[in-house]
Design a binder for this molecule. Sequence first.
Ligand SMILES: [Zn+2]
Length: 283
Amino acid sequence: MTLLGIDVGGTNTKWVLMDGDTVTRSGSVPTPPGPDETVKLAASLARRVESIGIGLPGHVDRDTGTALFVPNPPGDWDGYPVAARLRELAGAPVSVVNDARAFARAELELGAARGLADVLFAVLGTGVGGAVALRGAVLAGPRDNLGEIGHLTVSPGGPACCCGNEGCLETFAAGPGIVRAAGSGTAAEAAEAARAGDGRAVKAFERAGWALGVALGDAASLLGVGSVVVGGGVAGALDLMRSALRAELARRRPLIGDIAVLPAVLGPMAGAIGAALYGRRSG
Ligand SMILES: [Zn+2]
């Protein structure tokens, strides 16, 4: 029985077909101009599938499969009945889930956190997403927004954040914050410069690691988790952040113990894989 998982991003939409726990086909296309077009794309991929899971970058109502607050992909998503429209076109059960919860579910069941029960997840990309697993289950919250570590305040009065607050983790550890601090064009270029010894770039990643350590350390003390998984496009530069990150965790050791910092292992398809797994559970 085949599962379809779709991960709708601000720029690209990724999809996987899975047989059990194995990805049999996958792809990535530019995100269509709106929710109607995205649902049509999903339906075109859904031939003879058992279930469909669709991950969105924002708040969703899982019970009704409706987008609540999804500001980044093109078009007007808020209030859009994703599950109902897609079910109508594709004739298969549809689950709608937040993309960070999907990422966490994939890494928990099939990736870096396999076999662990209590885990924090951070996804470093254009923003910083997050999720929490306790006792082997990824927690959701009423708008599927539980675990959004990116907007914990690590520096009161720090840089302005898109959320209205200042000094959020995201302003330091997401791609745009790193690029700004490093004075480079892209996060990948900043990482390259840091590896070549550019002082400003090195500092930008150290600052990102410090911010990540503050937020993860505080979250670990709040939740009592023993491991963190770090993924997303910027996580390829985790090595450049690691010592500053570890220093912040070490400072809190009496409170939180030794926290294992694990790089995510499923790569860019993790969100689509997790969405497919959510589809299976509901189907
Ligand atoms: Zn914020």
